[in-house]
Write a protein that binds this ligand. Structure first.
Ligand code: DMJ
Length: 792
């Protein structure tokens, strides 16, 4: 570290000591201005009514499927008929879920048992045994087939045997479903023949990997490869054939080895042969979600401590780098201080549920509350939403994750708030998704337009979790605490561990009650009441977009010697406490108090060693005005993953020029000649960041600035992120991203001038150092000029 940067680090550390004191004060001020109001309790009567409504929802969807779609894999609720692979027009890769194996029925079998409908369960099991077969020349997703089909068959087998014992029924059943799941398991096994042991993403049910279409198969997602073990272990232990469990453990071991050794994070897409990462984005949502879930649940189901240890390592890394307050934002596994996306996806809504199971209730409550706000804002949680909770991708296929987390939070806390949340989710489904033939996915939550699609998880998870939420555990035929819910909400009994084969050690019965924390004393029920959620209640509506009258002072800009800055932090409720001074800051208003909290969170961030790196990755676009040509101003910009990083004293300088057309998505630019050697500006949208960069490079630009297309966006109110590429390394010019507000300033200066505006693209930290050195030089000159004569 250079002298200047270590000085600034020490400065930041010192400031931190002061601010930590103040942080407690402001938190107390902000929290104490609100009185906590208990959630309205739900009467037993209402809860029972909602349970019956959930049951009615199940039959509405189930009957629609059975009467109009079975034996198809899925119901198409708008056309009211079945979706068959190879018959219904293809939807591309999405159809890899379908294997013409009556997926919705298989996925739904165990829900029938939970509902206590043994007669229909028995009938459905007979249908599956009679109708379902797997010898089809169809390529299917290994992950989806495992979680929906293998998991569905296994749990139905377990419950059929359970009913034989406890309900004196189905005595004809002789383990046919287990045989079917074993056959299907064998059909998936060829996918595991890779040099790493990590399975291919897809396999042909009849031909294995010999299908010519699979010749080029290389890439899979982390969740796809890491969501096998629960089902395969159950399969091995129930059939006595160790091959499934052996293969699944090997895949988990291989994945573990691929974690980034510095950050302990995983990427989302990898090459199954080389083990190289293809996408290094790391979050907890799409592409990775159930890998984390299966690490933890493998420990719960199999009692193997190694999985708990692995889960804990990843969990700590996620909470350190990905978690940001209640939000969970993707970072890069190898550069974990840089956010790689400025949006979250709805799949991450399962995370609070997993946190509950692992015993980390407080962040679970907070993230769940944030998601509830998003849901209320947009009716449903959209597939993806930005950090300022706007819609990034408006689809909503009636996913279960949010309701799943609501269920686990209710079981852990007993807080009726979660019953009210569940009620809202249930009523929303009834009002906006129910159609005469089942429940239809929402194509865009903004318009409420339906899609001809009802995924099997609507019955196997979404409605199941609603039903469970409103049911009293003692009213259910089985004790759900003795089971692990797979990622598709199939039930696998903890007793499976006792069926260990020669390769694996048996679990002790007293280790089974991992979920006993739910019954601990003091009860977690009282630990996280309203007051944890309360500050987040207006997280979106109250503070987002975070508009304030004046410009918010960010920690990055703060200078302790600047009187205006000191005044601003005072107004935010922060007092600069010198040793011995016991005076306390009090925020002028609630809003300013919030700004104070935000400011100090930034300070906390800045003090972490890692934040030095984060700062290092921040780019700057600097310029000087005509009025003050010596005073350079730097505007915040974000880096990209596909262009060379400007480090140290490297910079690129050139006149600014706007691309024509501004989106820069065509073959070439109308002003290609003029753009040569200049810093080109292109607007975000219509094509990828990297294609704009390639065009800029092609016309000979010295650098590219991509400006945001969302009016009002700013690095002051949302995290900066690094633009993703497509894995190729062919862009050789620097490319940076600017939010609209920052670019607006540049554009205003540009328009005022007759001459072109010259800018310098560089590292922000380098700009700060450059400025500091300049100030020091000026100060030295001034003090030399002021020295008394006699000293000369
Ligand atoms: C389900 O199939 C499973 O929950 C899976 O883990 C994630 N996606 C869907 C539901 O959204």
């Amino acid at each position: 570290m250079s002298a200047t940067s270590s000085e600034s680090f020490v400065r930041v550390q010192r400031l931190m000591l002061i601010f930590l004191v103040a942080l407690c004060i402001v938190v107390a001020c902000v929290l104490s201005t609100e009185t906590t109001m208990p959630t309205q309790n739900m009467s037993n009567k209402e809860r029972a009514e909602l349970r019956e409504e959930a049951r009615a929802m199940f039959y509405h969807a189930y009957n629609a499927y059975m009467q109009n779609a079975y034996p198809a894999d899925e119901l198409m609720p708008l056309s009211c008929k079945g979706r068959y692979r190879g018959v219904t027009p293809s939807r591309g890769d999405m159809d890899d879920i379908l294997g013409n194996f009556s997926m919705t029925l298989v996925d739904t079998l165990d829900t029938l048992v939970l509902l206590g409908d043994f007669a229909e369960f028995e009938h459905a099991v007979k249908l599956v045994i009679r109708d379902v077969q797997f010898d089809s020349d169809i390529i299917v997703s290994v992950f989806e087939t495992n979680i929906r089909m293998v998991g569905g068959l296994l749990s139905a087998h377990i419950l059929a045997e359970y009913l034989q014992k406890h309900a004196d029924t189905m005595h004809w059943y002789k383990g046919e479903l287990l045989e079917m799941s074993r056959e299907l398991g064998y059909r998936l096994l060829p996918a595991f023949n890779t040099s790493t042991g990590i399975p291919h993403a897809r396999v042909n049910l009849r031909l294995g990997m010999k299908d010519p279409m699979l010749k080029k198969s290389r890439e899979t997602c982390t969740a796809c490869a890491g969501t096998i073990l629960l089902e395969f272990a159950a399969l091995s232990r129930l059939t006595g054939d160790p091959i499934f469990e052996v293969r699944a453990h090997a895949a988990m071991d291989a994945l573990w080895k691929l974690r980034h050794r510095g950050s302990d994070l995983m990427g989302t897409v990898l090459n199954v042969h080389s083990g190289d990462w293809v996408r290094r984005d790391s979050g907890v949502g799409a592409g990775i979600d159930s890998y984390y879930e299966y690490l933890f649940k493998s420990y719960v189901l199999l009692g193997d401590d190694k999985y708990l240890a692995r889960f804990n390592r990843h969990y700590n890394a996620v909470m350190k780098y990905v978690s940001e307050g209640p939000m969970l934002l993707d970072v890069l596994m190898h550069r974990p201080h840089a956010k790689s996306k400025n949006f979250m996806d709805s799949l991450l809504a399962f995370w609070p549920g997993l946190q509950v199971l692992s015993g980390d209730l407080k962040p679970a409550v907070q993230t769940h509350e944030m998601l509830y706000q998003v849901m209320q804002m947009h009716t449903f949680i959209p597939e993806a939403f930005t950090v300022d909770f706007q819609i990034h991708w408006g689809q909503h296929p009636l996913r279960p994750e949010f309701i799943e987390s609501t269920y686990f939070l209710y079981r852990a806390t007993g807080d009726h708030h979660y019953l009210q949340v569940g009620k809202k989710a249930l009523k929303t489904l009834q009002q906006y998704a129910k159609v005469s033939c089942g429940y239809a996915a929402v194509n865009d939550v903004r318009t409420g337009k339906h899609e001809d699609r009802m995924d099997s998880f609507v019955l196997s998870e979404t409605i199941k979790y609603l039903y469970l939420l409103f049911s009293d555990p003692q009213d259910l035929i089985i004790n759900v605490d003795e089971f692990v819910f797979t990622t598709e909400a199939h039930l696998l009994p903890l007793s499976i561990a006792q069926l260990g084969n020669a390769t694996f050690s048996f679990r002790q019965t007293d280790e089974h009650n991992v979920l006993d924390f739910m019954r601990t004393c003091p009860s977690s029920n009282k630990l996280f009441p309203e007051k944890v959620r309360k500050p987040l209640r207006n997280f979106i509506t109250g503070s987002c977009p975070r508009t304030t009258a004046g410009k918010r002072l960010s920690a990055l800009d703060f200078q302790a010697s600047n009187a205006d800055h000191l005044r601003a932090v005072y107004d935010m409720g922060i007092t600069m406490v010198s040793v011995g001074d016991r005076s306390q800051g009090k925020a002028k208003s609630h809003e300013e108090g919030e700004m104070g909290l935000q400011f100090m969170q930034e300070m906390l961030e800045l003090t972490k060693m890692q934040s030095i790196n984060q700062l290092a990755q921040l780019q700057a676009v600097a310029y000087a005005t005509d009025e003050k040509p010596q005073d350079w101003i730097a505007l915040m910009a974000g880096p990209s993953h596909f262009s060379p990083e400007l480090t140290g004293d490297q910079f690129v300088q050139g006149d600014l020029i706007l691309a024509k057309p501004l989106r820069a998505c065509d073959e070439t630019l109308e002003n290609a000649e003029e753009a040569k050697g200049k810093v080109l500006v292109a607007e975000r949208g219509d094509c990828t960041f990297v294609s704009k960069a390639r065009l800029a490079q092609k016309v000979g630009a010295a650098a590219l600035i991509v400006c945001d297309n969302v009016p009002g966006s700013s690095g002051e109110t949302q995290p900066m992120f690094a633009m993703s590429g497509d894995g190729k390394d062919d862009v050789l010019i620097p490319v940076v991203f600017m939010y609209s507000m920052e670019f607006g300033k540049l554009s205003a200066v540009m328009q005022r001038r007759k001459q072109p505006l010259r800018v310098r693209v560089m590292q922000m930290v380098e700009f700060k150092r450059w400025q500091l050195a300049k100030e020091q030089r000026q100060n030295q000159t001034a003090s030399v000029a002021q020295k008394p004569d006699k000293e000369l």
